[in-house]
Design a protein around this ligand. Sequence first.
Ligand code: PEP
Ligand code: MN
Length: 356
Amino acid sequence: MNLSGTLIPGVDSSKPLIMAGPCSAETEEQVMDVAHQLAALGIKVFRAGIWKPRTRPNVFEGVGSVGLAWLRRVKEETGMKVAIEVANVKHVYEALKTGMDVLWIGARTTANPFAVQEIADSLRGVDVTVLVKNPVNPDVELWIGALERVNAAGITHIGAIHRGFSSYGKSNYRNDPHWQIPIELRRRVPGLLIINDPSHIGGKRELIMDLCQTAIDLDFDGLFVETHCDPDHAWSDAAQQVTPQHLEYIIKNLVLRQQDVNKKNAVTLEELRMQIDKLDDEVLQLMEQRMGVSEKIGIFKKEHNVTILQTNRWNELLKKRINVGLSKGLSEEFVQKIYSAIHEESIQLQKTVMNK
Ligand code: PEP
Ligand code: MN
C-alpha cells in the first residue's frame, strides 16, 4: 500500500494519537462544550457523528448536514482537526465542501465492498485523511480490501480503526476485540497506523480504561474515544461514553511502553503473551456458553425423562472432535483429555439440574 508518512497533516502522530468527541453531534452547544474541554486537554482531533448508522430505525439517526457547520466552528475556534463518518457519496461531498479534515468509514459500511468502492471513487484526487473501521464481521481480508480500495483511489493519508467485531450470544463486550485480527492487519500492511476504538468494543464506560491500556500494550498507534459532557443523557451510545475528565484520567494513567526502534515490526514476547491471554479469555467465554447449552439439555432431559449419559452420543462426539483436532494439528491424547474434562463438568451440571 502507498502510505504517506503522516496520518493527519499538521497533527503529530507520535503514539498514542488521541481522537475524541461525542458519538453524535446533538446540538451546537453540546458540540462546542465538549470540543472546548477536549481542546483544553490537548486533544488534537475531534470526532463526532452527524449521520448515524443505527441498528434499528426510529431512534436518533444523527442531526445531518446542519452539524457540519458546528464542526466547522470547532475547527475554527479550537484549532482541532475534525473527523466525521461518511457512508455514501453525498456524505463525502458535503464533508469535503465544508472542510472536514478526516473522514471515517464505519464498520457497517466497510462490510460492503460496493459502498466502499463508491466512496473511494468519490475521493479520487482529493487530499484528505481517511480512517477505515474494521467490518462488523471478523474478516481481516474484507478490512484490507476496503483499505486497498481507498488507497487505490490515491488516498495516502490512510489509517485503520479497530472497533471490535459483533458476535452471536452473550459477551462481556459490545463487540469482541479479537486482538489477533488487528495484529494480523499490522503484519499484512506494514507501516499502516492502527487506532483502537475502546468505546465500541467495550460498550460500557467501565471497560474503556482497560481496553486503552491493552491497545497501548499491543503497540496500537492511537485511541479513538467517545467523549461527552453528560454521557448518561447522550442521544446515542450513552453507556459507553466518558466525560472529558474521565478521558483525562485515562490518558494520565496510561502506562506507555517503549518500543525498540530496531524491532519495529517484530512481535515482542509481551505481545505474544497478550495474545495468549486474550485467546484464553475467549476459550473460557466459549466454555461458559457451552455449559449454558448443556444446562438447557439437562432441563430437556428432565422434562422428557431421558438419562443424563447417552453413551452413543458421547462416543460419536468424541470421535468427531478427535478428527477435527487431528486436522488442526492437535494430538488425539490432548483432545481426549480436554473433552473428558468438559464432559465430566457437563454431566455434573446436568445432574444438578435434574435433581433440582
Ligand atoms: C461511531 O464511531 O460512532 C460508530 C458508529 O462506529 P461503528 O461504525 O464502529 O459502529
Ligand atoms: Mn457511537
